[in-house]
Design a protein around this ligand. Structure first.
Ligand code: ZN
Length: 500
């Protein structure tokens, strides 16, 4: 081990500890903290984040990285990958001038507050000036970070490092073109949702079921927890401590089950990143899209499959004999796969979800190409919703104001949801190619072979490779939207006897 490496690692350990504290704050705030603690917590978090930024951008880190690049021959593969990843983060963190970083933090706070008022008031004009400021600052940030193809590349790179707008555009075009005829044919054939979906289910029993379910899915409860929060999420606090949350509402049993399976996908990934890399830059995932590939696969390809719903229903009936006693396997499977046109992304089904993302991607690109002004966003939103999903919002609250993402400056973030879905289908198809048809196992609730395959192919690598390279390595070639389209076509064609 070189002395520069040893010094770098000891600095990184200190940074990891600070990050761990920030994450614990986040988990606490989102799950159990009294709301009145908000302002004090915001200050405490920002103090810690300031310390992390200071330590990460310390010129000494830059010196150590340069020395290690010179000594690259003496480094092993993990060390070289760590240097590569950290160098990129270091450059990103040091390229943006201090003043711009501060201005962005303030603009973000203002825009989020404005959004929180604008949505219930159904009044876009409350958000507009704050969002204009924020978008303008984000353009400056993108230019400071630098880009080659187009400005949006710099935004995308913050969530999906290495991926270019043009590459994402190709995947989205294939997906949207392929989806349209499927969606039209299926939605014409759909009837009303079955009654069991909206029945009241005891919330404590829902949580009991979710706890049982995550164990079935190999989530290690000695190294993790399940709690509740209004917006389910997963967070790795540190080695041996991966926390996921779900929510239980009386008339939304399926939301609670599928949010739990989704978050378990994220949590299994976090539990599979090797402990010995956790203090290193490679001890994380390469991109949000890859992370989302895990959650979507468990939620959809596994959780919503005919085989796995056959496994789930009898266990649900044991806990909810009155509510589900009369529901048969076919009705249950159709119920958890009931597509419809909706205005709201977060309640959209597997079939139409990606159209909601595609419209956001289109609008974000237009804004960063200076082809769309914030003032024209509401009209552009309504038109895009009609074009992609086939319905028109009647107000802004359920239209352009529905997501908080833009107000917290998560621009370039939305496409990672769909990239994750595209990866999930490609990975699952590959898993079945290598492991054989998994449906008999899933029907018995036996998911361990798939879990171990994912651990081997994805989890254990952490951030050794960029997302695109990792994905290509898993499937043995470039990833396209084809596997996702094939999967949706076959599943929904069979379900609704639609010719697609
Ligand atoms: Zn997710």
């Amino acid at each position: 081990m070189t002395s520069a490496w040893g010094e770098l690692v000891s600095r990184l350990e200190g940074i990891t500890d600070l990050v761990s504290a920030v994450k614990l704050f986040e988990w606490d705030q989102a799950s159990i903290m009294p709301a009145a603690g908000g302002p004090a917590r915001a200050r405490a978090s920002s103090t810690l984040e300031g310390l992390i930024h200071e330590r990460l951008t310390d010129p000494k880190i830059g010196d150590l990285l340069s020395r290690l690049e010179e000594e690259a021959d003496a480094l092993d593969e993990q060390q070289r990958a760590s240097v590569r990843v950290l160098k990129r983060d270091y450059e990103k963190a040091t390229k943006v001038p201090e003043e711009l970083v501060k201005a962005l933090a303030i603009a973000r706070g203002n825009a989020y507050q404005a959004w929180a008022q604008a949505r219930p008031a159904d009044d876009f004009s409350i958000l507009q000036p704050q969002l204009e400021t924020l978008i303008d600052l984000k353009k400056q940030e993108a230019d400071a970070l630098g880009w080659e193809g187009e400005r949006y590349d710099a935004l995308l790179d913050q969530f999906e490092p290495g991926m270019k707008t043009a590459e994402v555009q190709v995947m989205f075009d294939e997906l949207v073109d392929g989806l349209r005829p499927i969606v039209d044919a299926v939605l014409d054939a759909v009837d009303d949702p079955p009654a069991f979906l909206a029945r009241d289910y005891d919330e404590d029993k829902q949580m009991e079921f979710c706890r049982w379910l995550i164990k079935q899915l190999d989530f290690d409860l000695d190294r993790g927890r399940l709690d509740t929060s209004p917006h389910p999420f997963t967070i790795a606090i540190g080695i041996g401590d991966v926390r996921q949350t779900t929510r239980a509402e009386a008339n939304a049993l399926m939301t609670s089950i599928y949010a739990t399976i989704h978050e378990t996908g994220h949590a299994l990934y976090e539990q599979g990143i090797p402990d010995e890399t956790r203090d290193l830059p490679i001890g994380t995932c390469p991109s949000l899209g890859i992370h989302e590939s895990q959650s979507r696969m468990w939620e959809n390809q596994v959780g919503r499959s005919r085989a796995y719903t056959d496994f789930l229903l009898p266990h649900l009936k044991e806990r909810f004999p009155e509510e589900l006693g009369m529901v048969d396997l076919e009705e249950f499977y159709r119920g958890v796969n009931h597509p419809r046109r909706t205005l709201i992304r977060v309640t959209a089904d597997e079939l139409t979800y990606n159209l909601h993302v595609a419209l956001r991607f289109e609008l974000e690109i237009a804004m960063f190409r200076d082809e769309l002004d914030v003032a024209d966003l509401p009209d552009a939103w309504d038109a895009a919703m009609e074009k992609y999903v086939g319905i028109r919002p009647t107000d802004h609250a359920d239209g352009v104001l529905q997501d908080m993402h833009w107000s917290i400056s998560a621009l370039g973030y939305f496409p990672t949801y769909t990239l994750g879905t595209i990866y999930s289908a490609a990975f699952f198809a590959q898993a079945e190619k290598e492991l054989g048809d998994l449906s008999d196992e899933l029907r018995a609730g036996a998911t361990t072979r798939l879990f171990e395959w994912l651990r081997e192919k994805v989890h254990r690598h952490g951030y050794m490779y960029d997302a695109k390279d990792l994905a290509e390595q898993v499937v043995g070639g470039p990833v396209t939207a084809t596997a996702l389209l094939d999967y949706l076509r076959s599943k929904y064609g069979e379900l609704y006897s639609a010719s697609i």
